[in-house]
Each structure stands twice: as structure tokens, then as C-alpha cells.
Design a protein around this ligand. Structure first.
Ligand code: GLN
Length: 488
């Protein structure tokens, strides 16, 4: 069969079942695709030998009719997930040559259901960034208009780019303030950040523990449902993991949205937002109306405090989490004349500038005398932001917003930190509130770059946002393929 790269997960599963091709043939197609798209710099490590071994097992399972939920599906893994026996660096020099002796729960869940690991995908260093430019091994190039060298977004830039470039059938991402949704929007793919606690954080390199969530990046909404179902679930090894039942997200897709109430927050129209993005939002509202949803303008006045709160809470937690990289317990060490000097040298050479900046801000806001003024205050405002969402969800079922204020910008063009931080203005509030959000591509802008729209829902209503996304996906019929994709 020609071009195996074109199929989604659900299509592949049914074609594999019908023996139209084998998992080995599918895997080989993806290995070729990875070779072909090497210049986009998406994979940090590949593990093809192991993958080929696993494909043999999958083929036997199909032969015997024993296939599991994701049998033979080749996925890429963000380098924030610890993978047993495979180098895991979080895109940082300080974790160079760190080979975990354990597997993260989320990736283990995927392998338990027959998914196959293609390799580790680049991201911003320790998931801190919005452009993938803070990765120790350098920039990842967005497959859309690749000759213009645009950012894939960040921090899960490698994951979103690989799915868009058809160098992975799906990928895992992590989202602390937007790192699944923003790169998904920039690369024209689907990215879902579940409710905090839906997926276990165990074995994921910690950035900001009260915000970090794993989630899928996929070609379409039903693939996101399939991946999420397998990735989710209670894990006694993560004390914040939820023991809520995991619904059958995939089977329950396809509900009508007639009569549901959709809130459009006024505040998400702020300055700096491109007209193409506003057009995409209007188009989305029309799609929703055509499908019988009720559109209700709403106000979320505390939204404006989200970024300042995030840039206190996230660095505070990061400074504490990253204290463990001391040259003794993990990864790289740079020797010195004393223990202190060894720590200093290791951290000086091991961490990049953005990570150091966050450690310094985090240490400052946690230090005595400043703790109350910054950290404690930020936590209180965070609670108010959460309450604001809780109140709004008494009036509406979902919120619709743009995912990002702009489409993918050129690599190297955003030197100014504040502009970079502002990129997450629409994604950070949901992270602070812990609620689920999904970004789906709606249209192309005038430069032929994808525009993403975000759907936010109530705690643990991933099913709801998937259903709305499913309806919008059908209306938008976004079937474009980027020119940097392996399919070309
Ligand atoms: N861009 C944001 C940051 O740099 C969010 C990153 C993330 O979600 N991991 O903190």
C-alpha cells in the first residue's frame, strides 16, 4: 500500500486488523520519514532497533487476534518523559547521558497497550520556553513553510513538529503553561492538556509540579481521544494523581452540541492579537451556532493576572525542583577543587540561560522577606483565578478562545523576553486553574500558517472538550499538509 503516513491512528488500527499492511511495514515507513525530515531537528534520540523488535510482537498479536488498544502505533516521546534504558535529557546539557533505570507511568501505559517508541523529541530546556529555542541541541524547525525557518512553538515543539511532519503518528507532550496547546496551534495539529491529575506525573522530569500535566499531540481529535484514554489513570506513585474513572473517550465521541452553552471571554481579544486569529475565532463561533450551540459573551477579569502569577509560581517550583541537579545524582558533572565548586561548575555549565533566569527568580520569590509579597500573594491570586472559572462554568459549559495571539513566528525573531512570555497569555489561565483544554487547527492565515482555537472545559470534562472539538474539526475540514512533511 502506498503512503502509510497519511493515515490516522484509528485508520491504521483498522487497516492493521485487516492485514492491509504489517506493523513492521508501518514502522519502516515512519523510520524513513524520520530520516527524510532530519533537517527539522526534531528527534534527539531514536530507538529503531528496539522498535523493530516490538513490531514483531505486535505483528504476532494481530496474527492471533490479541491486539491491544494501540497495537503497533509508532509514537514519539517528548524528552521530558523518563524512558528506561533510553537517554532522557529534558533538552538540557545537565542531563546529558542520563539513562533512566525506570519508565514514566504515562509512557509505560502506552507501551502496555502496544504503542511503539520511535524516540525522544526535542523541547525547550526543562520545558521552559515557547519557541523550542532553549533546547541544548538547538532549534527545531516548523514543517509549515519550512524554508522560512519558523518556530514550532514550545516547549513541546519537537512533538508537535514531528506529528505535523508525519515523522510520528502521535506524540506525548507536557503542558505547564501552554506547552502542548501552543505548539499544536503553531504546527496545525491537535494538542490536549488534560485536567491536572488525569495523567500521572511520575517519571516525568519536574518543572513546576503544581502545573505540569502530560497529554497527547495528534493529527486529529479522535486520535487524541484514543491516546488520552491510554495515557490516563490513577497512579499510586503520584500523590496528585486522580482516582476518577477514565471514560472511554473514543467511543463516546460524536455527541451533538445542540443546546450547549459556549462562553466567549471578552478579555481574550486583547491588543497584539492578529486579525487572522480573530477571524478564526469568528469562524469558530459561526460553526458553533450552525450546530445549535448557544453563544454567550462572558467576562474573566482576572485573566490579566494570570501571566504575572504564572511567572512567580512556575519559577518558584522550578527552582526547588531543579535543586536536585548537583552533579552527583543525575547526568553531567563538572569537577572543581571543592564540593561547592563542583556544584557551581556543574550548574553553571549544565543549565542554559533561561533555566538559570527562572532558578534565580524562583529563589528570590521564595526567599524570606519576599515569600509573602510574591509567592504567597501569587498563590492567593491563583485561587481567585480558579474561583472565577468555577463561577463561569455555572453559566456556560465550555469556553472558546484563540490558542495564541499570533501564528508561528520566525526563529530568532523574538529576542524580547516579555513578548515570548506573552505568547502564553491564552493558555496559562487554564494551567493555573487546572482545567482541561484542547487546541485544534481551524484555518490557515494569510501566510499559509495554521491558526489554532482553544476549547476549555470544567475539571475532568475531557470528554466534553473532545466532543466540541470533534464537531469543530468536521466543520473546519483542515486537511492541509505542510511542505516540510515527509509525505512530500
Ligand atoms: N512557555 C511557558 C514557559 O516557558 C510554558 C511552558 C510549558 O508549558 N512547559 O513557562
Amino acid at each position: 500500500m502506498s503512503n502509510l503516513l497519511q493515515f490516522s491512528i484509528s485508520e491504521v488500527l483498522s487497516l492493521l486488523e485487516k492485514k492491509e499492511f504489517s506493523t513492521k511495514e508501518l514502522l519502516e515507513a515512519y523510520i524513513n520519514a524520520i530520516e527524510k525530515t532530519k533537517d527539522l531537528n526534531m528527534y534527539l534520540t531514536t530507538c529503531f532497533d528496539k522498535a523493530l523488535e516490538q513490531a514483531k510482537v505486535s505483528d504476532v498479536n494481530y496474527m492471533n487476534g490479541n491486539q491491544r488498544l494501540l497495537e503497533g502505533i509508532p509514537v514519539g516521546v517528548k524528552d521530558m518523559f523518563c524512558t528506561k534504558g533510553i537517554e532522557t535529557t529534558a533538552s538540557s546539557n545537565i542531563l546529558k547521558k542520563f539513562v533512566p533505570t525506570y519508565e514514566s507511568t504515562v509512557t509505560q501505559n502506552l507501551w502496555n497497550q502496544g504503542a511503539i517508541n520511535l524516540g525522544k523529541l526535542s523541547c525547550d530546556e526543562f520545558a521552559m520556553g515557547s519557541s523550542n529555542e532553549t533546547a541544548a541541541k538547538g532549534k527545531v524547525i516548523n514543517p509549515w513553510n519550512f524554508e522560512e525557518e519558523r518556530t514550532p512553538g514550545g516547549s513541546s515543539g519537537g512533538s508537535a513538529a514531528a506529528v505535523a511532519a508525519k515523522a510520528a503518528l502521535a506524540a506525548t507532550g507536557t503542558d505547564t503553561g501552554g506547552s502542548i496547546r501552543q505548539p499544536a496551534a503553531f504546527c496545525g495539529v491537535v494538542g490536549l492538556k488534560p485536567t491536572y491529575g488525569r495523567c500521572s506525573r511520575w517519571g516525568i522530569v519536574a518543572f513546576a509540579s503544581s502545573l505540569d500535566q502530560a497529554g497527547p499531540i495528534t493529527r486529529n481529535v479522535s486520535d487524541a481521544a484514543l491516546m488520552l484514554q491510554v495515557m490516563s489513570g490513577y497512579d499510586p506513585k503520584d500523590s496528585t494523581s486522580s482516582n476518577k474513572n477514565v471514560p472511554n473517550f473514543y467511543n463516546d465521541l460524536g455527541k451533538s452540541i445542540k443546546g450547549i452553552k459556549i462562553g466567549i471571554p471578552e478579555e481574550y481579544n486583547s491588543n497584539g492579537i492578529s486579525s487572522d486569529i480573530l477571524d478564526a475565532k469568528d469562524l469558530t463561533v459561526n460553526f458553533l451556532k450552525e450546530n445549535g450551540a448557544e453563544i454567550i459573551p462572558v467576562k474573566l477579569p482576572l485573566t490579566k493576572y494570570s501571566l504575572p502569577v504564572y511567572y512567580i509560581v512556575a519559577p518558584a517550583e522550578a527552582s526547588s525542583n531543579l535543586a536536585r541537579y548537583d552533579g552527583v545524582r543525575y547526568g553531567a558533572r563538572v569537577d572543581g577543587n571543592s564540593l561547592d565548586e563542583m556544584y557551581e561548575n556543574t550548574r553553571h555549565l549544565g543549565f542554559g540561560d533561561e533555566v538559570k533566569r527562572r532558578i534565580m527568580i524562583g529563589t528570590y520569590v521564595l526567599s524570606s522577606g519576599y515569600y509573602d509579597a510574591y509567592y504567597l500573594k501569587a498563590q492567593k491570586v491563583r485561587r481567585l483565578i480558579k474561583n472565577e472559572f468555577t463561577e463561569i462554568f455555572k453559566k456556560v459549559d465550555f469556553l472558546i478562545t484563540p490558542t495564541t495571539p499570533t501564528t508561528a513566528f520566525k526563529l530568532g525573531s523574538t529576542q524580547d523576553l516579555l513578548t515570548m512570555y506573552l505568547n502564553d497569555v491564552f493558555t496559562v489561565p487554564a494551567s493555573l486553574a487546572g482545567i482541561p483544554g484542547i487546541s485544534i487547527p481551524i484555518k490557515l492565515d494569510k501566510d499559509k500558517l495554521p491558526v489554532g482555537i482553544q476549547i476549555l472545559g470544567q475539571d475532568f470534562d475531557e470528554q466534553g472538550i473532545l466532543n466540541v472539538a470533534n464537531v469543530l474539526e468536521a466543520c473546519a475540514a483542515f486537511n492541509y499538509v505542510p511542505n516540510g512533511s515527509a509525505q512530500w
